[in-house]
Design a protein around this ligand. Structure first.
Ligand SMILES: CC(C)(COP(=O)(O)OP(=O)(O)OC[C@H]1O[C@@H](n2cnc3c(N)ncnc32)[C@H](O)[C@@H]1OP(=O)(O)O)[C@@H](O)C(=O)NCCC(=O)NCCS
Length: 175
């Protein structure tokens, strides 16, 4: 089975023209807004980066990005516009990246999350990420600690889990 999206939604690679919309979501999502140069670098220069936009029809409602570091995928960012949260869209973006990880020789998916960010932690735990460490004062803007989370292995049972999670999510959009 392959990753499926609900009607009217699609995910595509982020391009330079998307940055204005992406920055607007970023500003509403993180304590310190990213500068456009960060996304320009990820899109145009960083060979190990893969960034995506999630669209409802023609509207960008979320984005995410990861770095492929050897046999590891590191999720560097994910955000959904506040008006579109709580509908399963963060899950949809995460599923997309996990399907990509699943289809490549990836042994581990890693990420950092703020200790205060319970919504994101819950999302990651739903997809079987485990807390494996704490990076003290990792976020320089607020001095907040980061929880390091990892997902491994991406084996056949995990592929089944991911397929089922995708089908469950799709059925929610049909209701
Ligand atoms: C984290 C974020 C991407 C989740 O996106 P979302 O579209 O609102 O989440 P979904 O509707 O797909 O929810 C999926 C799961 O996330 C968790 N979750 C989402 N919102 C939550 C909340 N307010 N409280 C607790 N858990 C929450 C739940 O586990 C949920 O599964 P459930 O519906 O079965 O309970 C979104 O809150 C966001 O953009 N936050 C700001 C940016 C950010 O913090 N990014 C993460 C950086 S590490």
């Amino acid at each position: 089975m392959s990753f499926e999206l609900p009607l009217n939604y699609h995910i595509r690679g982020m391009c330079i023209d998307d940055i204005v919309d992406v920055l607007a979501i970023d500003k509403l999502s993180f304590p310190t807004p990213a500068k456009p140069e960060i996304f320009e670098y990820e899109i145009e220069e960083n060979k190990i980066a893969e960034y995506h936009c999630l669209l409802e029809r023609d509207t960008i409602v979320g984005y995410d990005g990861f770095w492929a570091i050897g046999d590891e995928i590191h999720i560097s960012t994910i955000a959904i516009h506040p008006n579109w949260r709580g509908k399963g869209l963060g899950e949809l973006l995460l599923q997309n990246s996990l399907f990509i990880a699943q289809q490549n020789p990836v042994t581990m998916v890693t990420l950092e999350v703020r200790t205060s960010n319970k919504a994101a932690q819950s999302l990651y735990k739903k997809y079987q990420f485990k807390e494996v460490g704490l990076r003290k004062k990792y976020y320089r803007d607020t001095n907040e600690d980061a929880i390091l989370m990892t997902l491994s292995p991406l084996d056949a049972p995990y592929a089944n889990f991911l397929n089922e999670a995708n089908q469950t999510l799709l059925s929610q959009f049909k209701n």
